[in-house]
Design a protein around this ligand. Structure first.
Ligand code: SF4
Length: 323
């Protein structure tokens, strides 16, 4: 859960998730919509699916007990060198290093490692240095201490060297290069897309589609739609997308308030329109399923954050109409 996500965001999800899936077995057996609902809003949904696949493999191959060696941990879906090292050292007390972003920064400064820390050979070197430092039998505490030092003292930009407990050992501090190490990555500009969405109504039901299991927001439900092409009106974009993606015709009626949302690598403005269904049975081309769902049942299904914002605007519009 903590991959690319802040601790304070994760804590309520973590607690709810453990209440809902208290054992490896309960996670292994759960339905996909149930899993995605528990993860709804946390992003990077592939993590949830991999976690369930790992639970299924643990039940099948390890009698329901989480394996303790780095090699066995690495054979589980979703577990890479970082997670394997963290589990092996913190949960099972093995003397193995853990290189997350914080530890990488601390070690790079401690030993003035100036090379690009994304390169495999730099990471190998840092891992070797970390291994040399581990006090025998105490890797769990040591790794957590390095992570905490990186998160609170040896922070990116201007580290707080004056209150740092390992300052006297730090080569970067010694030569005054602490704010230049590790080398900063160049930031690419974040693209922005205008997306048209159809909130298609039929009596008290609305049409939603399910995204394919792999890829961005995999397995989540959403309002159908797509990116606007240059020169196209939003209404034309929605009508075209419905034809191309679902093989249906709709009457695009009136717009809802646009919603902005930022993903890690791009931003979108979602222009949702209330539509009515005029012709055709929905036959999804890229979505795995299309379903007419009663408006008051939408809460039971998992949606990505952007769609949840649209849902909220849609609900407000119904309430205002009724009022
Ligand atoms: Fe980081 Fe400064 Fe401590 Fe060195 S002295 S480890 S640069 S906080």
């Amino acid at each position: 859960m903590l991959q690319q996500t802040r601790v304070d965001t994760v804590v309520p999800y973590y607690e709810r998730f453990l209440r809902r899936f208290p054992t490896v077995q309960s996670l292994a057996q759960c339905e996909e919509d149930e899993l995605m609902k528990a993860w709804e809003g946390l992003g990077y949904y592939t993590r949830a699916r991999r976690l369930r696949e790992a639970a299924q493999k643990i039940v099948k191959n390890h009698q329901g007990r989480i394996p303790s060696t780095v090699q066995e941990l690495l054979s589980l879906p979703g577990i890479g060198p970082y997670s394997a090292g963290a589990i092996a050292s913190i949960a099972f007390g093995l003397d193995v290093p853990v290189l997350d972003g914080n530890v990488t920064r601390v070690l790079s400064r401690l030993y003035t490692v100036r090379e690009d820390t994304n390169l495999a050979r730099t990471r190998d070197r840092l891992e070797f240095l970390a291994l040399e430092l581990i006090p025998q039998g105490r890797a769990g505490l040591f790794n957590q201490a390095l992570m905490d030092l990186g998160a609170t003292v040896c922070i990116p930009g201007n580290p707080r060297c004056l209150v740092c407990s390992i300052r006297s050992h730090c080569a970067a501090f010694e030569c005054g290069e602490q704010d230049r190490i590790p080398k900063k990555k160049e930031r690419l500009p974040v693209p922005h897309y205008d997306v048209g969405l159809a909130v298609i109504l039929r009596k008290d039901r609305v049409l939603i589609t399910k995204r394919p299991p792999e890829g961005l927001l995999g397995g989540l439900w959403e309002f159908p739609g797509g990116k606007k092409k240059p020169g196209e009106t939003m209404e034309a974009c929605i009508a075209r997308e419905m034809k191309e993606e679902l093989g249906i015709e709709v009457k695009v009626k009136h717009p809802l308030t646009p919603v902005r949302h930022a993903y890690t690598h791009f931003k979108v403005t979602l222009y949702a329109f209330i539509c009515t269904h005029t012709r055709g049975h929905p036959q999804p081309r890229t979505a795995t399923e299309a379903r007419w769902v009663p408006v008051d049942h939408l809460d039971a299904l998992p949606f990505p954050k952007g769609s949840l914002k649209v849902l909220e605007v849609f609900r407000d519009s119904i309430t205002n109409d009724v009022a």
